[in-house]
Each structure stands twice: as structure tokens, then as C-alpha cells.
Design a protein. Structure first.
Ligand code: 5AD
Ligand code: SF4
Length: 436
């Protein structure tokens, strides 16, 4: 169907937000004749899909709205969606009257109903869209993302997400398998299963059905013919039981890269964060995974300078980093968030300069590990799914354990699994030559 209406979406935050943006775009295309554009100035509708997990992106929102409002086409609408929309609601319109509507992170399916109603605000965190049929969401031609749950039932004391995305409800497994099948029929060979806490999957379905675990879901998804790789994010270290780890190790379709968000290596800080595990449990799970899975890559999230974090606590974190030797670390300095329990510890917050110094120390340690780890790949031959063309005559793709690899080549390699002998390593990617 031809259309003159154009949609521009700016997405901040996590992979769930990326998928939500794709779902909004497909709903607007299907019901309202919008087509997506990368050029904000030509859009008839601008949506900012926000994140509220730390203070920085929230404070940027209002200056961004101002910028968009100044440069947008005359008469173009602006909508604010996502976690900051859930959290600030109609205050957004009060502070920035240029905003036409506000759509919370748990209300994505309502986009078609509110897009034409000036001043509408839909932010209920009790709304249940766990059985809403969205279109497939593609990262690229070969890769799709599939949501497996909405919301989060954890009570991590630093985290705003439970109050922006509401209680956790699992999407029925047959809907997930169907989404995976449809994605594969459209050309995907890899899917990423997404949820705030994927391995607590199956404890709460909206139709109240019986128990079905994340491990069961992995088994069922991997039966989809034509699907080659399954990734998922984020699992919680507390729920990495033996059954899950064994399935992870033995199922050849499951990508051998796992995200294990540590947050802190100190058991007393983990307790204050209400993470539910100890330093020893985390180390035990990581060691079990490493023992069972050759070539495993482990990525993590770490928060430094949580209120009350002593030098000793921080050294526990460095100790875990030294023992696990993570393949990628997303580092954050603690950021106090409205409505979270950790605000009660405001009197023991760590001065900002100490937090920054800890962050730098952690980053430097990890860089040292990365140089050593990445160098070990030189000379190895790895299978890479080629996903994209790069300017300078190169193509790029990822290994099963999610390493990015570049090689010389052209479009006939796209979508192929090719063997590449690694000749060069940087801290974040590899380069090599195709071998037969
Ligand atoms: N301050 C800093 N980092 C945070 N994260 C979540 N909440 C906060 C906060 N208040 C980090 C966690 C989480 C990642 C997505 O963001 O490490 O795993
Ligand atoms: Fe940001 Fe968390 Fe919301 Fe994702 S779920 S957009 S990380 S606040």
C-alpha cells in the first residue's frame, strides 16, 4: 500500500526497547499507513522510545524533544514512549507541550489507538499484552528478536524497571514458537529470545496454565527447522540451575555466549541489592559453565559505587573479574533512581569521584584481560555467519559465541556460514581470511 506518512523512531536503552520500536513501527504501518524513515526532518510522526534505567538518558529527553520540535516538519507529531514514558507520564506533556502523546513500555499495542489523539497518555503498568500478536521483529535479514515475557518480578533495590514495565507475565510458548517459525520463514537463521529475566520464564502465564520452564522453551524453540542459532538475554545468575546449564551446554543450536549480570562481586553488596545470590554462587555457576562449554564467552553488567560499597567490597568485584575473565563488561556507576529501595541508603552514597576512580580501575583491568583473550584467537579457524557489507570491500558477521569478525568479501557471502582463519585481533573484534 502506498503512503505519504513517514515515521521516525529514536530508540534508547535495551534490546527490548529495540523490539518495542519495531513493534510500534509495524503496528503503525499496518493500521495507520506509516512507513519508516531515517530522516527526522521528513517525518510526520516522531517517536522517542526512552530508557530510564539511569539518570543520564532521562535528563537528555527534554533537550531532545526541544531539538526535534525546532527541526521537525511543520505539523509533525511527537510521541514519547518506553520506560521514561511509564515513569513520568503526563508530566512529560506538562513540561514539554510539544509532545502529542505518551505511551508506556507496557502499552506498545495501544500505539494505533492513541497516535491520533492529542494529549493522550497510556501508561498503565497492569496492562497485559502478553498474548498480543505483533509482527516479527528483525535486527537484519538473518536475525530476529522474539519477546518471551513482559515485565519483571525481581526487586533489585537499584532498579526502576519493575515500576516501568510492571509484573512479569510469560508469553505462551506456542506463540513464541510461532513467532520463531514465522521469522525463519522470512529468512532468519538466528533468533534472540528477550525478557527482563528470561530464565524465570514460565512461572506466570496470563491464562494461569501449569509450570513450563525456560529450559523447556529452549528445547521447543530449537526444534524449529531452519533455525540455526538461539541467543537470549538477560538470564539471572540466581536461576542458572544445573538443568539449565546442562541444556545450554548440550544443545548445539544455543549460542555459546552467555550474559551473566554480576552487578557486584561482594556478597554483602549483593544482599543490599537483593540479588539473591552470593559471590560464591556466581563463581560456582561460571566455573560450571566454563567446565562444560568449550569456547564459552561470558559477558556481564557491573555497577560500581552502590551505596555503602567499601574498598573491600570493590576488591571482591575485581576478584570475580579476575577469576571469571569476562569477555565483555557493561560497566555502570550507580545512579539513584526514583521510587527504588536503594534511595533509603542515600546517607551512605559513595562520592562521585570515588565511583569514577573505581570505574576506571575496573575498565583498565578488563582491557588487560581482553588483549590477552583476543590474542588467543589468532591462527584459529572460526565459523562466521556473514550478516553485513562494510564500505572498504569487507563483510562482517558473528561466530556462534558472538565474536564479531571482518573479512574481505562481497554480497555473495551474505547469509552464509563461512570458515575464517583469524589473522588479527583487536579488543572488540577479529579479522581474517576465508578458508574452504
Ligand atoms: N544505576 C546504575 N546502573 C544500573 N543498572 C540498572 N539500574 C541501575 C542504576 N540505578 C544497570 C544494571 C543492569 C543494566 C541494564 O543497567 O547493571 O543490569
Ligand atoms: Fe531501559 Fe530497563 Fe526500560 Fe530497557 S527495561 S528501556 S534498560 S529502563
Amino acid at each position: 500500500m502506498s503512503s505519504n506518512k513517514k515515521l521516525f523512531i529514536q530508540t534508547l536503552g535495551c534490546q527490548m526497547n529495540d523490539t518495542d520500536s519495531q513493534h510500534m513501527a509495524s503496528e503503525l504501518e499496518k493500521h495507520k499507513d506509516y512507513v519508516q524513515t531515517n530522516i527526522m526532518e521528513e517525518a510526520d510522526l516522531i517517536i522517542i522510545n526512552t530508557c530510564s534505567v539511569r539518570e543520564k538518558p532521562v535528563s537528555r529527553l527534554f533537550s531532545e524533544i526541544g531539538q526535534f520540535n525546532k527541526k521537525k516538519k511543520q505539523g509533525a507529531k511527537i510521541g514519547v514512549a518506553g520506560c521514561t514514558a511509564s515513569h513520568l507520564g503526563e508530566d512529560i506533556i506538562r513540561r514539554a507541550p510539544a509532545v502529542d502523546f505518551v505511551l508506556g513500555a507496557r502499552n506498545i499495542s495501544k500505539i494505533k489507538d492513541i497516535v491520533d489523539i492529542k494529549g493522550s497518555v497510556e501508561i498503565s503498568i497492569n496492562h497485559d499484552e502478553s498474548t498480543y500478536e505483533f509482527a516479527t521483529a528483525k535486527t537484519n535479514k538473518y536475525r530476529a528478536s522474539v519477546n518471551i515475557s513482559v515485565g519483571c518480578d525481581k526487586k533489585c533495590t537499584y532498579c526502576i524497571v519493575p515500576s516501568t514495565r510492571g509484573e512479569e507475565i510469560s508469553i505462551p510458548p506456542e506463540m513464541i514458537v510461532d513467532q520463531v517459525r514465522r521469522s525463519v520463514a522470512e529468512g532468519a537463521v538466528e533468533v534472540t529470545l528477550l525478557g527482563q529475566n528470561v530464565n524465570s520464564y514460565g512461572r506466570n502465564f496470563s491464562d494461569g496454565r501449569g509450570k513450563y520452564t525456560f529450559t523447556n522453551l529452549l528445547q521447543d524453540v530449537s526444534k524449529v527447522e531452519g533455525l540455526e542459532r538461539i541467543r537470549f538475554t538477560s538470564p539471572h545468575p540466581l536461576h542458572m540451575d544445573d538443568e539449565f546449564i546442562e541444556e545450554f551446554a548440550k544443545n548445539p543450536k544455543i549460542s555459546k555466549c552467555i550474559h551473566m549480570p554480576l552487578q557486584s562481586g561482594s556478597t554483602s553488596i549483593l544482599r543490599a541489592m537483593k540479588r539473591g545470590y552470593t559471590k560464591e554462587w556466581f563463581l560456582n555457576r561460571a566455573a560450571k559453565l566454563r567446565a562444560l562449554v568449550p569456547n564459552l564467552r561470558i559477558t556481564t553488567d557491573i555497577i560500581v559505587a552502590f551505596p555503602g560499597e567499601t574498598q573491600e567490597d570493590f576488591e571482591d568485584t575485581l576478584d570475580v573479574v579476575n577469576q571469571v575473565r569476562f569477555n565483555q563488561i557493561f560497566n555502570f556507576k550507580y545512579s539513584p533512581r526514583p521510587g527504588t529501595e536503594a534511595l533509603n541508603f542515600a546517607d551512605i552514597e559513595i562520592p562521585d569521584e570515588n565511583g569514577s576512580a573505581r570505574l576506571i580501575e575496573l575498565i583498565e583491568l578488563h582491557k588487560k584481560h581482553l588483549v590477552e583473550i583476543m590474542d588467543t584467537y589468532v591462527g584459529e579457524t572460526m565459523t562466521v555467519l556473514i550478516e553485513s557489507l562494510k564500505p572498504n570491500g569487507e563483510v562482517c558477521g558473528f561466530t556462534d559465541n558472538f565474536l564479531q569478525v571482518f573479512t574481505k568479501g562481497s554480497d555473495e557471502l551474505l547469509g552464509q556460514f563461512v570458515n575464517i582463519k583469524i589473522t588479527e585481533a583487536s579488543r572488540t573484534s577479529l579479522k581474517g581470511v576465508v578458508v574452504l
